[in-house]
Design a protein around this ligand. Structure first.
Ligand code: GBH
Length: 486
């Protein structure tokens, strides 16, 4: 028997033996965020966040002019939420702590006990029901006090975030064993410009995004080191960051397009992953911003460099990588954008687009491209030495019209779970968990209540905020009980 033939036989017998099943230690979960579900925006001494302010004073920026004052009213309905999580049979529940609920002034000068009680009750009830809490410290609800200072573009936020993180570890770390410092820095810095809603005509675009990124990285690293030095030994948990990771696929095999796609990845998330998983900003980011700055007559790069001490402090601040994945975009090489106005987008370059044939849902930015997730996972494995990965968000939206028959959501989950399984089994990527966004319909930021990401439907016109399981709940229960994709 030839060697080749023998190998094929071995492969065939293995491949039939391999079960298309998630590993026994793989954890399923569902995710939410404080401002999107809690309501109780000023209940029991909670302080004001930038999203409270946006919802009250600048709701013109929100599609349906709504706000999160009540949202899903989870501040009062948390026990029902826990039962819904339990009903799904998941291992984990990812939620976020509202900074101003426990530190109303934003500073660690005064703890608001009722806010602490709320999270204690929630955490204890989850554990009582065999559900592991996964806690995000910062899911965009910056204390309002920092907004006039420029929010995340001002380094003053860094020590205050660190103080808040320390408080959270002190208060909840005896029971919370998985921490996420900051959710989606790219959204914070590029879409919301570090502060939400206060953006005027002369806002320093092309400069502010980089200031913000640097401060977010430093804040994350501070929190990581505080956990490492002061809590890890006794609390024995894990801590990292969650990034939104769009997959950029080259439009063609042309080397110029391949380069454009890689450049887009480095500007989208490499700006965060490279300092954390390797060292310093990606070279392509450093070089391009320096060159374009020079062409624009700046005496120095618009990208503030990291000092050696900062680089060393940021490097290695991960115990896993949290990824929120929703979309794939094609990248194509394009002419160098004009040097008329400093711009992050121009720095990133390339032309990005979606394939018109991709199947879409109610959110026009989300299409069904499961192979993008698989490519992304492989890319992370190759570039960052196969780190542990937790998919902390993945999902799609409906517009509520056919609300309980959410077959499209089931298809989306089925396909993306299958891509995850391919990455684990066929590509050897170290994915340890998958969390669906979201447990229930909620306040979808500037899309208000017009997009629904929930496994459970929420009736926002009913003062009870009645929750009803959609068809996808059944799908998810079967997934968690069999560890196979239904
Ligand atoms: C995640 O961010 C967030 O972590 C989560 O809070 C959010 O609910 C979830 O995804 C779903 O969006 O309508 O064309 O103007 C993703 C950030 C913010 C990306 C809104 C798309 C709207 C694009 N998303 N943005 S558009």
């Amino acid at each position: 028997m030839s060697e080749k033939f023998f190998l094929i036989l071995v492969f065939l017998s293995f491949s039939t033996a391999i079960e298309w099943k998630f590993p026994a230690d793989f954890k399923f979960g569902v995710a939410t965020a404080a401002y999107q579900i809690e309501g109780g925006w000023n209940a029991d001494g909670k302080g004001t966040s930038i999203w409270d302010t946006l919802g009250h004073n600048r709701s013109i920026l929100v599609k349906d002019r709504s706000n999160g004052d009540i949202a899903c009213d989870s501040y009062h309905k948390w026990e029902e939420d826990v039962q819904m999580v339990k009903n799904l049979g998941v291992d984990t529940y990812r939620f976020s702590v509202a900074w101003t609920r426990i530190l109303p002034e934003g500073y660690a000068t005064r703890v608001n006990q009722p806010g602490v009680d709320y999270y204690n009750k929630l955490i204890n009830k989850l554990i009582e029901n065999g559900i592991e809490p996964v806690v995000t410290l910062y899911h965009w609800d910056l204390p309002q006090v920092f907004s006039p200072l420029g929010g995340w573009t001002n380094p003053v936020v860094v020590p205050h975030f660190a103080n808040y993180a320390r408080k959270a570890f002190e208060l909840f770390g005896d029971r919370v064993k998985t921490w996420i410092t900051i959710n989606e820095p790219r959204l914070i810095c590029n879409e919301y410009k570090g502060l939400v809603g206060d953006i005027t005509e002369d806002f320093p675009l092309g400069v502010s995004e980089y200031l913000c990124a640097k401060n977010v990285l430093k804040a994350h690293a501070e929190a990581y080191h505080i956990y490492d030095k002061e809590f890890r030994k006794t609390q024995k948990g894990k801590i990292s960051i969650t990034l939104d990771m769009t997959w950029s696929e080259p439009a063609t095999n042309n080397p110029e397009d391949v380069k454009a796609a890689e450049q887009n990845r480095q500007f989208d998330f490499g700006i965060y992953t490279n300092p954390i998983f390797n060292y310093d900003y990606p070279k392509i980011v450093i070089d391009r911003v320096a060159n374009r700055s020079q062409m624009e007559n700046f005496p120095q790069s618009r990208l503030p460099q990291l000092t050696t001490a900062e680089k060393l402090k940021i490097r290695g601040t991960y115990d896993f990588l949290g990824i929120n994945h929703y979309i794939t975009l094609y990248s194509k090489a394009a002419n160098e954008p004009p040097f008329s106005k400093p711009s992050f987008k121009a720095d990133a370059g390339g032309e990005r687009f979606r394939d018109e044939n991709w199947k879409g849902g109610a959110a026009n930015w989300i299409k069904l491209v499961p192979w993008g997730l698989r490519n992304l996972l492989k890319w992370i494995k190759v570039n960052y030495r196969n780190p542990e990965i937790i998919i902390t968000e993945n999902g799609t939206a409906d517009d509520g019209s056919d609300f309980l028959e959410d077959d499209e959501r089931i298809e989306y989950y089925r396909e993306y779970l299958n891509a995850t399984l391919q990455a684990i089994i066929q590509d050897g990527v170290n994915v340890k968990g998958y969390m669906a966004w979201s447990l229930m319909d909620n306040y979808e930021w500037t899309n208000g209540y017009t997009l629904r990401f929930g496994l459970y439907h929420v009736n926002f016109t009913d003062s009870n905020r009645t929750r009803t399981p959609k068809k996808s709940v059944k799908f998810f229960k079967s997934l968690t009980s069999t560890k196979t994709i239904p």
